[in-house]
Design a protein around this ligand. Sequence first.
Ligand SMILES: Nc1ncnc2c1ncn2[C@@H]1O[C@H](COP(=O)(O)OP(=O)(O)OP(=O)(O)O)[C@@H](O)[C@H]1O
Ligand SMILES: [Zn+2]
Length: 723
Amino acid sequence: MSAKKTLQIALPVPLTGCFDYLYPGDTPPPRGCRVQVSFGRRTLVGLVHGHGNSDYPKLKAVQRVLDDSPVLPTELYQLCERAARYYHHPLGEVLNYALPALLRQGNDAEASQEKRWQLTERGHHVSDDQVSRAPRQRQALHTLRDHPKGLSSAMLAALEVPSATLASLRDKGWAEQVALDDDAPPKDILAQPPLAANAEQRKAIRALQEARGFTPFLLDGVTGSGKTEVYLQAMTAHLTAGKQVLVLIPEIGLTPQTVQRFRQRFAVPVVTLHSGLSDRERLDNWLAARDGKARIIIGTRSAIFTPLADPGLIIVDEAHDASLKQQDGFRFHARDLATWRAQQLDIPVVLGSATPALETLQLARQERFQWLKLSQRATDQGRPPIEILDGTLAAPGQPLLPQSLQAIKHCVEQGNQALVFINRRGYAPMILCQDCGWQAECRRCDSFLTWHRSEGSLRCHHCDYQQRVPSRCPDCGSSAIHEAGSGTEKLTELLEQSIQVPVIRIDRDATRRKGSLDAHLATIQQGNPVVMVGTQMLAKGHHFPKLSLVVILDMDAGFLSADFRGPEQAAQLLLQVAGRSGRENQGRVLLQTRHPDHPLLQLAASGDYPALASALLEERKMAGLPPFGHLALFRCEAMSMNKAMEFLQQLAGIPLPPDVHLLGPVPAPMERRAGRYRTQMLLQCTSRPPLHQAISLLLEQARTLPTARQCRWHLDVDPIDML
Ligand SMILES: Nc1ncnc2c1ncn2[C@@H]1O[C@H](COP(=O)(O)OP(=O)(O)OP(=O)(O)O)[C@@H](O)[C@H]1O
Ligand SMILES: [Zn+2]
């Protein structure tokens, strides 16, 4: 039998390698085109990876070719291939992740034509008398007359013009729908003049503007030093040269201000890419980036896979933020991919942060990244010092020390705003029986249940298990059930009792309703005295001009954590939260801690992040931990601890290349979650190639082990969350 021409297709399935399908036509579609195929009993959309020949008799033909030309540019396809290799994740799944949902589902890669309703020439001359008996039509005519450029159906709906009325106008020849013209590119890129940059900013801007080809930068600027202004001015040069700029930010929903600042400064089309968009909006924005219509693309981590027609610069803002790492499925780090992509595109990339990750700092120390520093605040105010207060002196049941409460009162009396930071939502993290010591625990996890008083429920923050609050102890029947500790809800209540101004709670519970976070932020921006109580949602990138006092509760856990990243992450959070204070008037920061003598906490509180980073880097070096050693974590979950252990133990028996250290398997720090037992095993090596070789060996084995089918397991390369 003679060999037939085949297509190698990368499919979104958790299996490595591509799948061969026959291609009956003459010119096979090139790499990167989508095809529809049948796979088992399913119909899948995959991407052409290559062309080959096969004489295997049972090959199926592709059902449909969906694209004439590749949906992903070569450069992006290569980025996906590199990511698939590095994270040892199936290429088909990576490519699938890189595509917007509508393309994954096989829809056309075409932007929706936005159409607008406009009056026709005749429509302009209709008198009110002609429609005196049709008030809706009269109203619609007036509305359209007020908007000579036309209105979209959505806008008309918002203005309460019914679509039936529009149809009547169309039938009379008074109104028509016209496709929106592509706006001609603006002559002037800037919509707003730049600020007068200070000397450090100027130096950084110049370096970024003058960079040619691949140049990675670390913009290391203290909170409030005006990093955004540096991005804006550096971007101007690239935009003027007709290039696009891709900006990654950790969580768009939390900081609408940031996107606004880009939109206000530039007169060019700006699009966003994040999970808050509809599938259609996402595809339209993706295509606008690919076709070069959008000049600035702002998105969260997945936006690193946006195709760009004329890439000029990549910016990763708040580059230390852990949300840049995907924590499930395809566990990539958008910060690292940003650097790879810039390298492939041969353009500059800048990672900006007030508290850079130790990995990034080390690259700057080794001069593999150009290190740009902003050591001063851009506004006239200096960074306020962090005052350490001994939290053990707080009265029972009262999370705030009298000094803290006094400072909050004083702050709002002066007409300013205060922020109380506590990284724990709910009313109290635990309830217990004072007679027998019973504590409310999750049935499915090794964790306590959090009391959400306003809902009258106990909730597990790990698996979402919920139950009602018992009125009596389930063990001894006593009614002496009390809470221990405090969360945002309790603090809000306590503050409302003792402070005269509004108390605004900002955490995931209080902002669940769409638009409620924006509404809260808008109230805060008005500048009237308020007290904000919030979790780390408040730590990220906000600029609250009137905020002059920050009180920080209970940061201790991070500094004492068993996770080697604990102190780094705690210090970053501490300095980010503290950095919100005193932007435009004299600020104050109070840190309540039960460990006022802890050396790392003291160092972090001194505000000297570089000194703290040096100390932590020294420890990491001794222990061979990142950035000096590289890690990969195998995690396993099963219905019993034995099964979860057995699988990893079998893997651990495989001989590994020398220099690769294997730690474990051991039960995970949180042994049980959502009813499953969890184990993990860590691979560690000072150089990457043997580590990746070891991973390949283990994965090959893992796929053949029968025990693998009795558990869920995955691999995490460069893990961030070790719990
Ligand atoms: N050269 C300048 N002159 C005057 N004001 C400036 C200048 N540069 C920046 N600012 C202002 O300083 C404030 C803080 O800037 P920005 O929010 O960019 O800081 P940041 O470095 O991003 O801080 P963070 O790390 O906390 O997000 C903003 O209100 C900004 O408009
Ligand atoms: Zn649970």
